[in-house]
Design a protein around this ligand. Structure first.
Ligand SMILES: [Zn+2]
Length: 212
């Protein structure tokens, strides 16, 4: 049995945190009787941008690629986890210390991962990727970026600017990760978004395994 995988996706359940304005998550577990046998049937209703999920370029860019354009290379393979010291936002000046390279897959572990945010009310001042950092990541030509709250852009600042910069450049985005049990370093990642046809995003299961 493979026991060294770390599950960095968050659980989905009724009442969990979601972006303001998005619908509530509903996970309805029913039990019906079929020929005397109790049968359990769960139905789900949620935004594609709740919990651990991916953004497709289409999310903020009219006419851009939907999740249909996702390929396994985008989110399966080597990934770096970088710890961010800034407790407000991720800025280019801090990223420049980390020798990020073209084609890299990067996950940012921030102060967001110090709390079990999925079970708490929506936090307007989560650590986000500032516009200057988004533009820096675009200039480097990274392949994939993951963050440990519900959005790459901030609620108060750079919500649109960061999304537009990174999604226009075709960077694949993973949001809503739980990196509380993950140290900085090199890992193997498996991230599989649901195959939602034509969608601007999709819930995903994400696993990490430490590289030797
Ligand atoms: Zn999203």
């Amino acid at each position: 049995m493979m026991t060294n995988w770390i599950d960095i996706s968050v659980p989905l359940y009724t009442g969990m945190v979601h972006w303001p304005g998005d619908p509530e998550v509903q996970v309805n577990q029913q039990q019906i009787d079929v020929e005397g046998t109790p049968v359990h049937l769960t139905s789900i209703s949620m935004s594609a941008h709740t919990g651990t999920h991916m953004d497709a370029p289409l999310h903020f860019v009219n006419g851009a690629d939907s999740m249909d354009a996702w390929t396994p290379d985008a989110t399966i393979g080597a990934v770096r986890v970088i710890t961010i010291e800034d407790r407000i936002a991720i800025h280019a000046a801090e990223l420049q210390q980390h020798e990020i390279k073209r084609g890299d897959r990067i996950l940012f572990r921030t102060a967001n991962s110090e709390t079990n945010w999925v079970g708490e009310p929506f936090k307007k001042r989560f650590v986000y990727i500032a516009k200057d950092a988004a533009e820096y990541l675009v200039s480097l030509g990274v392949q994939t970026v993951g963050v440990d709250y519900l959005s790459i852009g901030g609620y108060v600042n750079d919500m649109v600017a960061t999304h537009v910069a990174m999604l226009t450049a075709g960077i694949w985005v993973i949001e809503g990760l739980n990196l509380s049990n993950v140290d900085a370093g090199s890992y193997e990642m498996v991230c599989l978004p649901l195959r939602l046809k034509g969608a601007d995003g999709a819930p995903a299961r994400v696993l990490l395994r430490r590289l030797p």
